[in-house]
Design a binder for this molecule. Sequence first.
Ligand code: IMP
Ligand code: MG
Length: 173
Amino acid sequence: MSEKVRVMISEEDVNAKICEIGKQISKDYEGKQIHMICVLKGGAFFMCELAKRIDVPVSLDFMSVSSYGGATTSSGSVKIVKDLDETIEGKDVLVVEDIIDSGRTLSALLEMLKKRNPNSIKLCTLLDKPDRRVVHVDVDYTAFSIPDEFVVGYGLDYDQRYRNLPYIGVVEL
Ligand code: IMP
Ligand code: MG
């Protein structure tokens, strides 16, 4: 129960990068309102920190999905565990994720959300593991691209633990 966690990206570096992305997003969405959608549970810490660094009007909603893990890219490969509370029709949606790995979950989720007629839809991720990509996903904002290692912290878990770490780490078993 007491694995060691090696720091991959420090708290200072994560926070500085979130400030930077927040500024960029604020600029890109000038004059608009952003409807941020958090993919639970992993995206929660990142979304809250990011939302605090955005200075255009923001509204928030949450959804939870579970991946069937199949090789299909159709929306049938992702199951909605908790749907959004509000409609996204006509809104400028920004989906906020913890990490893009194979890309399966996100590509299926984006297809599903696009059918609900948002005005625009963009994707922001804290981490990207490009080496692991199986399905192509257009990512608009990436805080950090990382090598193929299993990471925890800042929302990411190992067996539901470590989500609360204020940095990104690697569990050393
Ligand atoms: P994918 O892109 O559909 O393969 O799935 C991405 C999801 O897998 C993320 O939202 C995480 O929940 C999980 N995941 C992928 N890589 C990691 C990791 O390194 N640490 C923790 N969770 C991960
Ligand atoms: Mg996730």
